[in-house]
Design a protein around this ligand. Structure first.
Ligand code: AR6
Ligand code: MG
Length: 355
């Protein structure tokens, strides 16, 4: 492949990742916390939105995207991770538009960060839940720009994703969920299109998570706490993959979860990406990106966040050209997602300083 072509393809994957995340959030949000949508409801939802003549108001993004935009803009403007800057952006964004559907406890972190004027940007999160920290999926849901940033600049992905997470999520499950989601996007970016080996993809994540979840001397575990929650959940993903298209939505909910906790949603998003690489019996779309969102939303529960996380992995793998334009145009602020993707991509190609 010619050099220019390869560069354009990678830029398309950056866009796919950011737009892919946004669309999962916007299109999944109407179903969040509702009883699991039936086959016919979801089928007509996607059919209707795909109609090129349909004119309806934007589907609005929620906290997932509000925070993703902050992560991206902070990395872009600071050309690196700056905890205070990122925390300040989260807080400004929250107080400007508090009704985006934030988790009910993370708002206490914003209040404390604001009151302490960001003196120690990690401290408020550490006091959540009587010092246990949050294991919500709020750090994982916003991590996509970190994978792109680390891909572009070769910054350390594990440390960067963990540090962005720690501003709000001090529980091991909360921040390691963000690390896993970041690794999954990174791996998708690295996998040549049509060359995905799903088993190897998950096995490689398992190998990495074994290292990441290994307790360090500063990790004092609670009595009976299992340090390898993500490794076990990824092994469960492998097991479900072996059972192919026969695995029902109820089984996915029982075995992986569809909830707002990171360990019961990040592996589910990864599984949704893998599952939708092949046809799914009751989903008519032949477009793999659309099938990923459709499948993730069809699981019910925390539909916007699971679809957003699955959508960012799928977008990073398939690239933006796979994302149906007719669906994209119904999502709020998709041109911002493209701009941020391009800005993150341009960090990989630093222009020589003007002399
Ligand atoms: N102990 C008990 N419950 C917990 C704990 C814990 N250690 N940690 C989290 N929870 P939060 P987020 C529960 O508030 O992660 C939106 O819908 C608790 O019920 O830290 O940013 C988004 O779209 C808490 O309220 O916020 C995402 O789906 C909840 O987890 C999600 O919320 C969320 O944790 C992101 O929420
Ligand atoms: Mg949610």
């Amino acid at each position: 492949m010619a050099m220019v072509e390869a560069v354009e393809m990678m830029a398309g994957r950056f866009r796919g990742c950011m737009v892919g995340a946004l669309m999962g959030d916007c299109l999944g949000a109407p179903f969040e916390g509702e009883p699991r949508a039936t086959r016919s409801i979801l089928q007509s939802y996607f059919r209707r939105l795909s109609d090129p003549d349909l004119k309806v108001p934007y589907k609005q993004y929620t906290d997932d995207t509000a925070m993703t935009r902050c992560v991206a803009q902070s990395l872009i403007e600071k050309k690196g991770f700056d905890a205070k800057d990122m925390a300040r952006r989260f807080v400004k964004e929250y107080y400007a538009e508090p009704k985006r559907g934030y988790g009910s406890n993370v708002t206490d972190v914003f209040a404390a960060l604001r009151a302490t004027k960001f003196r120690d940007p990690y401290s408020p999160a550490a006091f959540q839940f009587n010092g246990r920290g949050s294991y919500g999926n709020g750090a994982a849901m916003r991590v996509a720009p970190v994978a792109l940033f680390c891909y572009a600049t070769k910054a350390g992905l594990v440390d960067t994703s963990r540090d962005t997470a720690l501003i709000t999520h001090a529980n091991r499950l909360g921040y390691n969920g963000a690390v896993l989601q970041c690794l999954a996007i990174y791996e998708a970016l690295h996998t040549p299109t049509n060359k995905l080996d799903s088993v190897k993809f998950i096995e490689s994540l398992i190998t990495k998570m074994k290292e990441i979840e290994k307790p360090s001397e500063d990790d004092i575990l609670y009595e009976g706490e299992d340090p390898y929650v993500y490794v076990k959940r990824l092994e469960k993903v492998l097991e479900l993959m072996e059972r192919g298209d026969s695995v029902s939505r109820e089984q996915v909910e029982d075995e992986l979860g569809v909830y707002i906790s990171a360990h019961m949603s990040v592996p589910t998003a990864i599984y949704s990406f893998i599952r939708a690489t092949s046809p799914v019996a009751d989903i008519e779309s032949e477009n793999e990106y659309q099938r990923t969102l459709h499948f993730a939303i069809s699981l019910g529960g925390d539909t916007d966040t699971i679809a957003s996380m699955a959508g960012s992995i799928a977008g990073a793998y398939y690239g933006v050209t796979k994302i149906p334009g007719n669906l994209q145009k119904h999502c709020e602020a998709s041109s911002d997602a493209i701009k941020q993707a391009d800005d993150l991509f341009s960090l990989s190609d630093p222009k020589p300083p003007a002399s």
